[in-house]
Design a protein around this ligand. Structure first.
Ligand code: NDP
Length: 251
């Protein structure tokens, strides 16, 4: 059997109704997995589903709410009978100087990017443990590695994603659950289209610094998702893999 064959596997991708999540979902579906896209916006999900074929489904969930994460997992199990792969991809950002954030804005970013990933991981654990294993893939960022003046809560959440992944990896290795992070470089999505409107010169600075010479596209994340979701990565856990066209190793 191929190291990258996901036939028979079931995956949840939070925030999979667009952007990077959809790029990863397309990779997983292409390798044979049945994929549940999640998010809050059901209308956006219809376009996404049309790219994944008849075995995919959308289940609405707001990852900031623990009960919603548990319902997402329960409904996936009810409809598909198993859960093998969880991609914690749902994310958001608010761009401001640190002194200008309200307490509510800080919590909104942390709750979505970090607490949401924890709550979904916690919700998925019992099913994966009972089945004898599973794969969790958490989405960090270049802001895991670098700072930026306008990204304090976002950077805090994405740094936290890597430390959370390491902690979960140590806790659940005995259950044959591998937990890894992916650190995307600058990828062309709704999120970064807003950033490019708000941060002057961002588009050109990123392209100039990236050795690959371009912004990424969501499909650039498909391969790493398949690797981290399949048995080819069974001895890979607690790590953080940049997928960034070389951005993080360039001066
Ligand atoms: P998008 O804005 O295209 O996607 C974000 C997704 O998250 C949306 O599908 C959105 O769906 C979902 N989402 C947001 N809040 C919630 C919530 N409370 N509950 C459930 N789903 C939610 O951005 P990207 O594709 O760029 O971002 C995806 C991930 O990749 C994020 O974690 C982001 O931080 C990370 N990332 C992005 C980079 C980039 O350059 N684009 C670089 C590095 C990391 P809905 O609105 O329907 O809820």
């Amino acid at each position: 059997m191929s190291l990258f064959d996901l036939t028979g596997k079931v995956a949840i991708v939070t925030g999979g109704n667009g952007g990077i999540g959809l790029g990863m979902a397309q990779g997983l579906a292409g390798a044979g997995a049945r994929v549940v896209l999640s998010g809050r916006d059901a209308a956006k999900a219809q376009t996404a589903l049309s790219r994944l074929g008849p075995d995919a489904a959308f289940i609405a969930a707001d990852v900031t709410k623990g009960a919603a994460c548990r319902e997402l997992v329960a409904e996936t199990l009810a409809r598909f009978g198993r859960l093998d792969i969880l991609v914690n991809n749902a994310g958001t950002s608010i761009r401001k100087m640190p002194q200008d954030f309200t307490e509510a804005e800080w919590h909104h970013v942390l709750d979505t990017n970090l607490t949401g990933a924890f709550l979904c991981s916690q919700a998925a654990y019992p099913a994966m443990q009972a089945a004898g294993g599973g794969k969790m893939i958490n989405i960090g960022s270049m802001m895991t590695l670098f700072g930026a003046p306008y990204a304090t809560p976002y950077a805090a959440s994405k740094g936290g994603i890597v430390q959370m992944s390491r902690a979960l990896a140590t806790a659940w290795a005995k259950d044959n659950i591998q937990v890894n992070a992916v650190l995307p470089g600058w990828i062309d999505t709704d999120l970064t289209r807003t950033a490019r409107r708000q941060v002057e010169g961002l588009h050109d600075r990123v392209a100039a610094r990236t050795p690959a010479g371009r912004w990424g596209v969501p499909e650039d994340l498909a391969g790493v998702a398949v690797f981290l979701a399949g048995r080819g990565s069974d001895f890979v856990t607690g790590t953080a893999i940049p997928v960034d066209g070389g951005y993080s190793i360039a001066t």
